[in-house]
Design a protein around this ligand. Structure first.
Ligand code: OXD
Ligand code: MN
Length: 643
């Protein structure tokens, strides 16, 4: 399966491929490579028919009606075209332990980890093992089901930045969600001609007649889940899960893992980053990209509601950025996606009023609770849900405010809504030319030790900072608890090739004549001695962005040197109108904490990336350590509270 070559397959010209009739679409008109791909999939998975999606509203309406009749979707009657979907409780998140990169050479996919250490930067599988695993899953896996063929573009159709994909799937929920998250259109076939496309093969792994019980009208096969990426073949094979990142293959699988390899080969970047613009009261506009691990508030930042007067924010994307240097040496970015697949819990009119407006219509809510007045409900919406409505949890149980101990919504429950519904979407969000990036931010949930913001001294220092990103783990994947995990460049779950090579690729992008964006690290989540957040976050983060853009204009009066990079000079972040903030604590660099942190980062890189780590990263860590040890008398030390 893994090595099939669609050019070798006989061209099919009939409206019936093998035993599967073409139910919708004109198979004859498809490019040869697509016909051969479909034919191969039909032979392998034996669906009862082939349905070529045109991405139209009419088509979506038909599926919504069918899924509503079946009980997979429930209309949220308080809205125009909003639907609730609850999955099998065993299929609620990305499964990193079952996500693999399949390459001929192991070290193309993953770094050389230290002997005895379990690698966490990607999982490799050989072609032989993959072929065996796939052969135990895919043959006849669509028996009795329709195979939907979804032609889609990541990025504006026809843009030189964009890449095309064809997903086959037996899930109509996936078809509906792909229509929101990507640009699904028959025009893809025209643009494609006989060019390349990423082959995306997805099956729920539940052929008919179904063995066993289907929970919540959500067929899936949790025991057999596998999500395999074949970067050399530009192919993805996903089996057993219908959920989000496991099944909407345009998102993490294509736009990050496969695109990562394409980007390396073609000299650009595919990153887990939001893209936004900030317009100052003087009407200057700055575009930034920011990488935070899953569920650390990328969507909230991308849709920030600024509390400083006369600042304007526009959103270009909330999860993925494709960036490349143009001929003039400017880093330009596009959002390859077409919708938001945002974490629902915690989203409300205070934390993200803009997101609340994105999903007023045409949206799908997955694994959230439901109110008796036809609305969605999740943790964080208590204050805006009338007390007299009754609430059902995502598992269909009654939920009582202040009494129920279980959660109303799954912690990884999501809203899926069209990007164009975002009221602050940038007029150029869909521009094939992309937007110019002035700054790149890294960040994570760091309850201790890490200042609100600091700036890298150089591009390579910024890469080192990105390589050391850590965060409290979240519900977006299968992890539990509150431990701090390494999530370098916020890409740990999304790496498509050896992380050491990935760091080298970043370093190699620095070339004479290019305007390298400044790199920053931010942390909204630092706690004080009393366990309370030191920084109010959300709309107040504009104050940090304001400092960042002033630094992009090279205002040296607002920065002081420190062992970690440049810190805000005390008083340089606009705190007007805020309740008292312990700025010195917020910006402090506890020496012992950092010495341990540097040691831990070094061990992490030695263990996990080993000889593949670009030596400069170790040198920069060493410099940082020396600076901490030596800086008892340094200026920064005098200016800042370093314990
Ligand atoms: C996501 C994630 O779904 O990062 O965006 O997990
Ligand atoms: Mn994400």
């Amino acid at each position: 399966m893994a090595n099939f070559n669609e050019d070798d397959m006989p061209e099919m010209t009939v409206e019936r491929v093998h035993r599967a009739p073409v139910i919708k679409g004109d198979f004859k008109l498809l490019p040869k490579k697509v016909k051969n791909f479909i034919t191969h999939c039909v032979h392998l998975m034996a669906p009862r028919g082939i349905y070529i999606s045109d991405g139209s509203k009419k088509e979506a309406d038909e599926f919504i009606q069918k899924l509503t009749e079946k009980g997979t979707l429930t209309k949220l009657t308080a809205f125009k075209e909003n639907y609730l979907c609850c999955t099998d409780p065993e299929d609620t998140a990305r499964i990193e332990s079952k996500t693999f990169i399949v390459t001929s050479n192991k070290y193309d996919a993953v770094p050389h980890v230290k002997e005895g250490v379990k690698g966490i930067l990607g999982r490799w599988m050989s072609h032989e093992d993959a072929a065996r695993e796939m052969s135990q899953r895919f043959p006849n896996c669509m028996t009795g089901r329709m195979m939907y063929v979804i032609p889609f573009s990541m990025g504006p159709l026809g843009s030189p930045f964009s890449k095309l994909g064809i997903q086959v799937t037996d899930s109509s929920y996936v078809l509906l969600s792909m229509r929101i998250m990507t640009r699904v259109s028959l025009k893809v076939f025209d643009v494609l001609r006989d060019g390349t496309f990423v082959k995306c093969i997805h099956s729920l792994g539940c052929p008919r007649p179904i063995q066993g019980r289907v929970k919540n009208h959500w067929p899936c096969n949790p025991e057999k889940v596998i999500i395999a990426h074949f970067p050399e073949q530009r192919m993805i094979q996903s089996f057993g899960s219908g959920y989000g990142g496991n099944s909407l293959l345009g998102k993490k699988c294509f736009a990050l893992r496969i695109a990562g390899t394409i980007a390396r080969d073609e000299g650009w970047l595919a990153e887990h980053m939001l893209i936004m613009s900030i317009t100052t009261p003087q009407k200057e506009e700055y575009f930034i990209a920011a990488a935070f691990p899953s569920a650390c508030g990328k969507t909230n930042l991308a849709m920030l509601n600024p509390t400083l007067p006369d600042y304007k924010i526009h959103c270009i994307g909330d999860d993925i950025a494709w960036m490349r240097f143009d001929k003039l040496g400017t880093l330009v970015a596009i959002n390859p996606e077409h919708g938001f697949f945002g974490v629902a819990p915690g989203t409300n009119s205070k934390t993200n009023p803009i997101a609340m407006r994105c999903f007023e219509e045409n949206s799908i809510f997955t694994n959230v609770g439901e109110t008796s007045d036809g609305k969605y409900f999740w943790e964080g919406l208590q204050d805006e849900t009338p007390r007299d409505v009754t609430i059902k949890t995502w598992l269909g149980k009654d939920w009582h405010r202040g009494k129920s101990t279980e959660l109303a919504a799954h912690p990884n429950s999501r809203f899926t809504s069209p990007a164009k519904q975002c009221p602050i979407m940038h007029p150029k969000w869909d521009d094939p030319k992309g937007v110019p990036i002035s700054a790149i931010l890294f960040g994570g949930r760091r309850p201790k030790g890490v200042p609100l913001v600091f700036e890298a001294r150089s591009w390579s220092h910024g890469v080192m900072i990105g390589a050391c990103v850590k965060s409290e783990c979240t519900a977006a994947a299968e992890f539990k608890g509150k431990s701090i995990m390494h999530d370098p460049m916020a890409m740990r779950p999304f790496l498509g090739y050896n992380f050491g090579h990935y760091l080298q690729h970043w370093l190699d992008l620095e070339e004479p004549g290019r305007q390298m964006p400044k790199i920053f690290h931010v942390n909204w989540f630092r706690l004080g001695e009393d366990g309370k957040l030191l920084w109010p976050g959300f709309g107040e983060n504009i104050r940090v962005l304001d400092w960042i853009i002033r630094r992009c204009d090279n205002d040296d009066s607002i920065a002081v040197d420190s062992p970690v990079g440049l810190l805000p000079r005390p008083g340089s972040i606009n705190m007007d109108g805020l309740p008292p903030i312990d700025e010195s604590e917020l910006l402090s660099l506890p020496k012992q904490y950092w010495l341990e942190d540097i040691k831990e980062n070094r061990t992490f890189l030695e263990d996990q990336v080993g000889v593949d780590t670009p030596p400069i990263i170790f040198n920069l860590l060493e410099e940082q350590e020396k600076a901490f040890r030596a800086n008892q008398q340094a200026t920064a030390q005098k200016l800042l509270t370093c314990s």
